[in-house]
Design a protein around this ligand. Structure first.
Ligand SMILES: Nc1ncnc2c1ncn2[C@@H]1O[C@H](COP(=O)(O)OP(=O)(O)OP(=O)(O)O)[C@@H](O)[C@H]1O
Length: 393
């Protein structure tokens, strides 16, 4: 998800108008009158059941599959009028299992499109090094063959290869489908990091709705023949699925998924907690608690970082505030997701301390804030369907 709008966008808009694909010998079209505008610099994820036409729709964008009818424009230019080979050099393409050429080294794989574009050797070499670095691989990988890499490393090389010629558009067909869940999570994080920097137009196909929520600026939930069931932001789809089919696809736990999209900095923190310093005396603290009519205080260190939770009862036997109370177990930062915050709230027993950029205490967050926030997002999206662009295709 792109979080800033002032970043330089290197992607271009893609427009599909009434695009249809009929495979020879098939009674019904695989893709039937598909229309969608994909904004420049956004990541759009196609999700939908197996065989619904996701891959066919995507491959028509770079003409690995020729549309039977309809129009496709990329950056204002008709894709159907450009020579397909030329077109594909301008569109990065990454697929499941990376699809690397087994007989070429990592460097040679990354250099394929720059080579076809006639870049000179030095520029290609520099680009290979730059791309390896971009996807988090050491230069030593350059001379290895794909079989000498792990699945996750191959997938990284696949992304590096797709980006090598700096195309404005990137198509990714289940690129992380074949790796274990932890590697998959890491690759997703890296793609988010890359995209925050590059702002390409990315079309990403997946079966996995959670992956779509994590990566997509918008998600297109597709049904049979690539019918667009809903095309909207992850927040809006989670809050208000267009129909039962989409709701089924969103699956259980929509509220919990919603929490992964929101950050602590987006909600109002509680600031009525009594905070004290290790230098205060037990008598000072008792006075503060009485004045505020509270039973709990948070002890902060000299740099205002949360140290311990202190109950008024514990003051009676306390000599100083240096050791008394229960250590703060889990804090959240303003950058944390609400899901992380909820975890901390549950660990801490109802209330978690929130810290700012330098670990300093800035407030607390409680369960009530989390549930109210979800409620509010739901209400905001309640009447969304009439307004959601492209929903009707
Ligand atoms: N070359 C082909 N010839 C005939 N039919 C095809 C061809 N390729 C795909 N199809 C059919 O078109 C439909 C859409 O296939 P497509 O691969 O686009 O779906 P998908 O949503 O990407 O599926 P999956 O998630 O399983 O990869 C399917 O019914 C498939 O059987």
């Amino acid at each position: 998800m792109s979080e800033t709008t002032d970043q330089k966008i290197s992607g271009v808009e893609i427009e599909l108008a009434e695009v249809t694909k009929r495979y020879a010998g098939q009674k019904t079209p695989a893709v039937d009158g598909f229309s969608m505008t994909i904004p420049a610099g956004e990541t759009i994820v196609f999700v939908g059941p197996s065989g619904c036409g996701k891959t066919t729709t995507m491959k028509m964008i770079n003409r690995l599959i020729e549309p039977t009818s309809g129009q496709i424009t990329i950056g204002g230019e008709s894709a159907l009028k450009i020579d397909p080979d030329q077109l594909r050099r301008r569109i990065g393409y990454a697929i499941q299992q990376a699809g690397l050429f087994p007989h070429l080294t990592v460097a040679q794989n990354i250099a394929v499109v720059p080579g076809l574009l006639g870049w000179d050797k030095k520029k290609v070499r520099d680009r290979v090094v730059e791309m390896l670095d971009l996807v988090g691989l050491d230069e030593e990988f350059a001379g290895r063959f794909p079989r000498q890499l792990s699945g996750g490393q191959q997938q990284r090389v696949g992304v590096a290869r797709a980006l090598a010629a700096d195309p404005p558009v990137l198509l990714m067909d289940e690129p992380f489908g074949a790796v274990d869940p932890i590697t998959r999570g890491n690759l997703q994080d890296e793609l988010l990091r890359l995209q925050a920097e590059l702002r390409k137009t990315i079309v990403f196909v997946t079966h996995d709705f959670d992956e779509a929520v994590k990566l997509g600026d918008r998600i297109a939930v597709l049904g049979n023949q690539s019918k667009i069931l809903q095309y909207d932001t992850p927040e809006a789809i989670l809050a208000n699925p267009a129909d039962d089919t989409v709701a089924g696809f969103v699956g259980a736990g929509a509220s919990l998924k919603q929490l992964t999209l929101m950050r602590v900095r987006d909600v109002e923190l509680k600031t009525d907690l009594v905070t004290v310093s290790t230098e205060d005396t037990p008598a000072d603290v008792r006075q503060k608690l009485t004045n505020a009519r509270k039973t709990y205080a948070l002890v902060l260190d000299r740099r205002n970082r949360p140290l311990r939770w202190l109950h008024v009862r514990e003051l009676a036997s306390a000599g100083s505030l240096a050791t008394v109370g229960r250590p703060v177990g889990d804090t959240v930062s303003v950058q944390s997701t609400l899901q992380d915050a909820l975890e901390a709230i549950l660990t801490e027993g109802g209330n978690a301390a929130v810290t700012g950029g330098r670990g300093e205490y800035v407030g607390t967050i409680d369960i009530r804030t989390v549930t109210d926030t979800i409620q509010q997002v739901r209400e905001e999206h309640e009447n969304d369907h009439e307004n959601s662009a492209g929903g009707a295709g």
